[in-house]
Design a protein around this ligand. Structure first.
Ligand code: PMP
Length: 399
C-alpha cells in the first residue's frame, strides 16, 4: 500500500527537524515596538523591519481609523475592477513624487510586486541576471518568467559585465538586485551596476524593500542616496511594510513601465487591492519622513553605537552600515541555540538558517529601529557577549 499524504509529509517534516531547519511561529500579543509580548513573554524586539518605528505611530493609526470610517475595511475587488480607491490613487502619486519617478503602481505585497514585474517584463527568449543573494521573491520571479536565468556573484559588477558581454544580442536583458540585501545588510553598488546596464542595453531593476524610508536625504531610499534618476534606474521596487510601517509594495518608473504592468502583471491584475485604510496609513508615514526626519538620523546614530559596542566586545558582526546587523554564527543548530539563549534573557533576535542563507552561514539577524533607546541596545550587546562567552565555554544548549 502506498504511503498516505500524512505519512509522506511527516517524513519531510522529520527530515527538516533533523537538519535543524524546522521553522516555528511565535505569537505576538502587542503592537510592534521596541518591546513586544511574544508567547506571553515581554521581550526587547531586535528582529523587526519596522526600521523607523512607524508601525504603531499615532498618526498612522489615526489615518487608518479615519479611512476605515469612510471606506470600510475591505477594498472589495482588484484595482482593475472596483477596488482602486482615491486613497490608493493619491498614495501612488505621492510615492512617484517621493522617488522622483513619473508614476508608481501599488501591489498588495512585495512578493507579488517582484513576481508580477519580472514576469511582465521578460519571458522566453529573454535574459534575466540576478545577484546570488537576491530575495527569494526576485529569484522566484526570474524562474517563473521563463527567461534564461543567470545568477552572478554577490555585488560583483565585473562578473555581471562578463555575463552581459557573452549573451546574444537578441532578447531583452533584465538585471535585478536588492538595494539593501535583506540577510546581510550591505548595499548594492548601484552606480556601477547602472553604468554596466547602460553599456549593455540592459534594464536595471532594484528591490529597495530595506532602503525606502531609511536611506537618502529625504528617505526615498537607495535611488535617493545615489542620486540615480529614472533613466539610470528605470525599474524601482520597494515595500511599504518595513521602513514605512504599513503593508504592501509598489513599482515606480516611466508611464510605459506602469501601463505595461497594469496590462500584463498577473499578480497585479488578479488580486484584491490592499485595504484603503492601509493606503491612508502609508500616506501618513510618507508625511512623517519629512516632519519626523530625526528618525533617520537617530537610527544612523544607533547603528554606529551598536557597531562600536560590538567591536569593543569582539562580536563577529558582519560588515553592514544599515539597520540590518547580522552576527555570523555558521552552524544552523548553534544559531538556534544563540536565539534561544537570548530569548531566555528577554531578547527576541531571529536565527536565519538555510535555505534563506547559504549552508554554513547561519546567523542572528539583528535589526535596529528608531524605536530603540541606546540603553536597550546596550542591554542587547551585553546579552550577546554573555551568550557568546557561554558558547566559548561549551555551555550553549545545542538540542
Ligand atoms: N523584497 C525583499 C528584499 C524583502 O526583504 C521582502 C520581505 N521580506 C520582500 C521583497 C517581500 O515583501 P512583502 O513582505 O511585502 O511581501
Amino acid at each position: 500500500m502506498s504511503a498516505s499524504l500524512e505519512q509522506t509529509l511527516a517524513k519531510g517534516l522529520a527530515e527538516r527537524q533533523q537538519q535543524q531547519l524546522y521553522r516555528q511561529r511565535r505569537t505576538v500579543a502587542s503592537a510592534q515596538g521596541a518591546e513586544i509580548v511574544v508567547d506571553g513573554q515581554r521581550c526587547l524586539n531586535f528582529c523587526s523591519n519596522d526600521y523607523l518605528g512607524l508601525a504603531n505611530h499615532p498618526k498612522l493609526i489615526e489615518a487608518a481609523r479615519l479611512a476605515a470610517d469612510s471606506y470600510g475595511v475591505g477594498s472589495g475587488a482588484s484595482h482593475l475592477v472596483c477596488g482602486h480607491s482615491t486613497e490608493h490613487h493619491a498614495l501612488e502619486e505621492e510615492l512617484a513624487e517621493l522617488t522622483g519617478r513619473s508614476r508608481a503602481l501599488l501591489f498588495s505585497t512585495g512578493y507579488m510586486a517582484n513576481l508580477g514585474a519580472i514576469t511582465a517584463l521578460v519571458g522566453k527568449g529573454d535574459f534575466v541576471f540576478e545577484d546570488k543573494l537576491n530575495h527569494a521573491s526576485l529569484i522566484d520571479g526570474g524562474l517563473l518568467s521563463g527567461a534564461r536565468f543567470q545568477r552572478f556573484l554577490h555585488n560583483d559588477v565585473d562578473a555581471l559585465d562578463k555575463r552581459l558581454s557573452r549573451c546574444a544580442d537578441e532578447g531583452r536583458k533584465l538585471v535585478v538586485v536588492d538595494g539593501v540585501f535583506s540577510m546581510d545588510g550591505d548595499i548594492a553598488p548601484l552606480p556601477e551596476l547602472a553604468a554596466t546596464c547602460a553599456k549593455h542595453d540592459a534594464w536595471l531593476m532594484v528591490d529597495d524593500a530595506h532602503g525606502l524610508g531609511v536611506l537618502g536625504g529625504s528617505g526615498a531610499g537607495c535611488a535617493d542616496q545615489y542620486h540615480l534618476d529614472q533613466q539610470q534606474l528605470p525599474i524601482l521596487m520597494a515595500t511599504l511594510g518595513k521602513g514605512l510601517g504599513s503593508s504592501g509594495a509598489f513599482i515606480a518608473g516611466s508611464d510605459e513601465l506602469i501601463e505595461t504592468l497594469i496590462q500584463f502583471s498577473r499578480s497585479y491584475i488578479y488580486t484584491t487591492a490592499m485595504p484603503p485604510m492601509v493606503a491612508a496609513a502609508t500616506r501618513a508615514s510618507i508625511k512623517l519622513l519629512s516632519t519626523e526626519s530625526w528618525r533617520r538620523g537617530y537610527l544612523a546614530d544607533l547603528i554606529a553605537f551598536f557597531r562600536r559596542g560590538a567591536e569593543q566586545l569582539g562580536l563577529d558582526i558582519m560588515p553592514s552600515s544599515t539597520a540590518i546587523q547580522p552576527l555570523l554564527i555558521g552552524d544552523a543548530g548553534k544559531a538556534m541555540a544563540y536565539s534561544r539563549a537570548l530569548q531566555q534573557r528577554g531578547f527576541w533576535v531571529g536565527a536565519i538558517r538555510p535555505p534563506t542563507v547559504a549552508a554554513g552561514s547561519a546567523r542572528l539577524r539583528i535589526t535596529l529601529t528608531a524605536a530603540h533607546s541606546e540603553e536597550q541596545v546596550e542591554q542587547l550587546l551585553l546579552a550577546l557577549a554573555e551568550v557568546a562567552a557561554a558558547d566559548g565555554r561549551g555551555e550553549l544548549d545545542h538540542a
